[in-house]
Each structure stands twice: as structure tokens, then as C-alpha cells.
Design a protein around this ligand. Structure first.
Ligand code: ASP
Ligand code: MG
Length: 449
């Protein structure tokens, strides 16, 4: 069971987590992974940046409010002995952070290494606090330092886990605890390299930790507890009738990930996908709901259309060149330019003499266009939106594409991509009609059954 930052943002949130885990522990043997309290990771990164400029005192002071947030939870929820232990931990953490920030301003160790050490305190503190909250409520919990379980390479800031070593350590440490009836509690996101130096798995990395731990112990299910009701049929701000999906395949979830941070990043659940462990996305504000269960496609209920996602602020580039006809090497020449400027291309469509593609990061647009102009005529069109209809079997099912385009026949559609993955149909519309298009499609597929 992994709890995200908003699920542990304050005293009430910690109480909700306690009650969720308490209930679960009656029928199952949970392992708990937690994020830092909401906004703490951002604050630690900010403190690091301030210290980098030399203002160590200011950097340390900026964290005061967050130390206080931890203290407040401990005063409300911990019994005397737990509180004493936790406050001692908090004091040690403060000393250590102060020392690290000093080192940052004096550059006495590699900066990226120091950054991970500073940032890791978010999860170190939240997980210790959560373990004490459980103990104070009478649960048999046991805090485990994730840095002794997850082994990574040396890529500070976005370290890559070493699976075999991690699996061995996790089994060695966690399985005996579970057998003895303990609930292991640990921080997500943090790990260590082979030399024992603290590393982190990249922003949002707690999901990754949960998937690694769950896969290592072959959990029955990995639960990602957040503040939304699973994965929805569309964005409820645009489609008020949007509802939670009961099931989704890993592949469908991966297609949707691009459109919303609320859906799991495919990379982070890969360990679960490899072992076909179901991943459930649950809402800690509404624990009675089932959330969305993400499964291998063979286990997921087939349904033509599952969800309609969209993204605004998209720029379309069209490269036209008669030289392209019957020639090879054009694509590679074009994509090399995007690679050079580290710009992600999302949707691509080609004809004999032109290539159209979409970008949502236009930081290097001018430079990219300049280089593309050596290849052909370039048209830039801003103010677009990508709409993506996701569902397993879209390609095999006759008539779905027709149904989609018929429903939105009033609107001008450009750049259609269908069939590169069997689970999505993507197209581009003008930004100002995106909401209307999405509403119409939602109505067509989800509101008239
Ligand atoms: N606390 C880390 C972050 O904010 C990791 C996580 O929450 O998953 O990125
Ligand atoms: Mg998070």
C-alpha cells in the first residue's frame, strides 16, 4: 500500500491512512510505502537551491514550517514514548540537514549527491512518523530504511534500481517481518547505491518504490493511494459525468499517462507489469470505493472505449518537401533535430511529401524550425489540442473510428494517428474546441448506454 504526499499531508490525512491500513490488516498482511508529506520534497529542493547560492541560514529557515508540520502531527497522534522517539529523530534530521546545506554552499561534496541526501529527508521523516502513528494506535508496525532495501546505480536524482540485488534484500528483510505479524513501513523514492550513498528514483518515485517492493515479495496486489478516485473516463472538470473505471490494462494506463500526472507513469509500474501483479489506484479520501484495478490485458474486461484524454497547448509542425517522394533518410534527418534539442514528439503522421507532428514543449521551437527549414518548407501552427481515445481492441473493432468521427463531425480534425498502438486513436483539434469535442465523445461513449 503506497500513500502519496496528499494522503499524508496533515494530521487528518495520517488518521485516514491509519484507519485504511488498520482495516486492511484484518484480512491481509500489508506493507506500507509512503511519500513525503505534501510539498516537502519541493521545499527541500528549494532549500538546496538557496544553499547553493550561499544563503545557508535562509535555506535552513525556509524548512521550519515543514518541520513544524511533522511535529504537529506527532503531538496530535503519538503516545508519549513514540513522540519522544520521533522528536529525537526530528532533531537529528534537522542537524543533519543543516550540515548538508552547509556542505552545499561550500561544495564540499558532489552537489547531486548532496541534493539527494537533503531531499531524502522528506520520506525519511514521513515514514518514521507514519510508523510511530501505527505503533501508537496499537498496530504492530516496523520502520524499515528503504535505503537498505533498494539498490541503485550512481545516477543521483534519477537512479535506476538494480533489480536482482534489490529483490534479494527486500525478501531478506521484509518477508520475515511479515511472517512475524509486523507491518513494515518505509519511505518511497529513496534508495542507495552500492557504496551506500543515498540516491533518489526521480520525482514521483514513490510509486516506483512500491512497485519494486510489491514485485520483490510477489504481493497479491499493489495499491497506490492518492487523492483522486482511480482512473476516470475523462477529466471531470470538462465532463461532470465522468466516472471511475473499474479495470484498465497496463497498456491502456500507459497511453493515458501522457495526459495526466494522476495516472501512473508506465516506467514506475514496470516491475508489477513484468510479474503481472495487479495495481489498484485508490482514493484515500474515499476508502470505501474500489478505485481502478490495472491488470494485464487478458485479465481486463474488454471494452471498446475506456477513456478520453486530452492535452492543450500543443504546437503542430508540418514539414513539406517534394524531395521526400520516394527517398529515404528523411525521417531520420528530421528526428535527429528533435533529438539534438531534447524535444519530445508525441503524434506523428506522414504522407508522401510531408510529415506532421505535435510538440508540447516549444522551448527550442525557433532553433528546431530553423534547422528543419534546411530539409523542407516548415509550417508552425500553435493553439492546438491532442485528443486521445483509449481502449483495448480499438483497432480490431469495426466501426469505432467511424463512431468517433461521426460524433464530432462538426469539428475540423487534423493529424490522425490510429493503429500504432492497438489501444489508442489520437487526433488534433483546435484548442478552443477541445472541451466541446471531449464532451461530445464522452456523451457518445459513456452517457447514452
Ligand atoms: N516525494 C517525492 C516527490 O514529490 C516522491 C513521491 O512523492 O513519489 O517527487
Ligand atoms: Mg507524489
Amino acid at each position: 500500500m503506497k500513500f502519496g504526499g496528499t494522503s499524508v499531508e496533515n494530521t487528518e490525512a495520517f488518521e485516514r491512512v491509519l484507519s485504511i491500513v488498520e482495516k486492511k490488516s484484518v484480512e491481509a498482511r500489508p506493507v506500507v510505502v509512503t511519500s513525503a508529506m505534501a510539498r516537502v520534497t519541493d521545499a527541500l529542493i528549494e532549500a538546496f537551491e538557496i544553499a547553493k547560492k550561499g544563503a545557508t541560514d535562509q535555506a535552513f529557515k525556509s524548512l521550519d514550517v515543514h518541520f513544524e508540520r511533522h511535529q504537529k502531527v506527532s503531538e496530535k497522534l503519538l503516545d508519549e514514548s513514540s513522540k519522544k522517539r520521533f522528536l529525537q529523530e526530528l532533531e537529528l534530521a534537522k542537524e543533519d540537514i543543516k550540515d548538508l546545506l552547509n556542505r552545499v554552499s561550500r561544495r564540499s561534496l558532489p552537489l547531486l549527491m548532496l541534493k539527494d541526501a537533503v531531499v531524502s529527508y522528506g520520506e525519511q521523516l514521513s515514514s518514521k512518523l507514519l510508523a510511530e502513528v501505527f505503533s501508537s494506535a496499537g498496530l504492530r508496525s516496523y520502520h524499515v530504511d528503504a535505503r537498505c532495501l533498494i539498490v541503485t546505480d550512481d545516477e543521483f536524482g534519477a537512479a535506476c534500481p538494480l533489480w536482482e540485488e534489490t529483490k534479494e534484500l527486500v525478501c531478506l528483510e521484509i518477508l520475515p517481518l511479515i511472517k512475524e505479524g509486523y507491518i513494515p513501513v518505509m519511505g518511497g523514492f529513496i534508495a542507495a547505491n552500492r557504496s551506500g550513498e543515498t540516491t533518489t528514483l526521480g520525482r514521483g518515485g514513490s510509486d516506483y518504490s512500491a512497485a519494486l517492493i510489491g514485485a520483490a515479495i510477489r504481493a497479491d496486489e499493489i495499491q497506490i493511494w492518492t487523492d483522486v478516485s482511480g482512473v476516470l473516463t475523462s477529466d471531470p472538470r470538462v465532463c461532470p459525468k465522468a466516472r471511475t473505471l473499474k479495470t484498465l490494462s497496463y497498456e491502456e494506463a500507459a497511453e493515458l499517462a501522457y495526459f495526466g500526472a494522476k495516472v501512473l507513469h508506465p516506467k514506475t509500474i514496470q516491475p508489477a507489469v513484468d510479474l503481472r501483479i495487479p495495481v489498484r489506484v485508490c482514493n484515500s479520501l474515499r476508502p470505501e470505493e474500489d478505485g481502478t484495478l490495472i491488470l494485464h490485458s487478458s485479465q481486463s474486461t474488454p471494452r471498446k472505449v475506456k477513456s478520453i484524454a486530452f492535452k492543450k497547448g500543443i504546437t503542430v509542425l508540418r514539414i513539406i518537401s517534394a524531395r521526400m517522394l520516394g527517398a529515404y533518410g528523411f525521417m531520420s534527418a528530421i528526428f535527429q533535430i528533435f533529438e539534438k534539442y531534447r524535444t519530445v514528439v508525441d503524434v506523428v503522421a506522414t504522407s508522401e511529401v510531408s510529415v506532421s507532428l505535435t510538440l508540447d514543449n516549444t522551448e527550442s521551437l525557433d532553433k528546431i524550425v530553423k534547422e528543419l527549414e534546411r530539409i523542407g518548407k516548415v509550417e508552425v501552427e500553435k493553439g492546438n489540442a491532442v485528443v486521445c481515445v483509449v481502449g483495448a481492441g480499438l483497432r480490431e473493432t469495426a466501426g469505432v473510428a467511424a463512431q468517433i468521427f461521426k460524433a464530432i463531425s462538426d469539428f475540423n480534425i487534423s493529424l490522425i494517428s490510429h493503429g500504432s498502438s492497438s489501444v489508442n486513436l489520437t487526433f488534433v483539434v483546435k484548442e478552443d474546441v477541445a472541451d466541446k469535442v471531449v464532451k461530445k465523445l464522452h456523451k457518445e461513449f459513456f452517457e447514452e448506454e
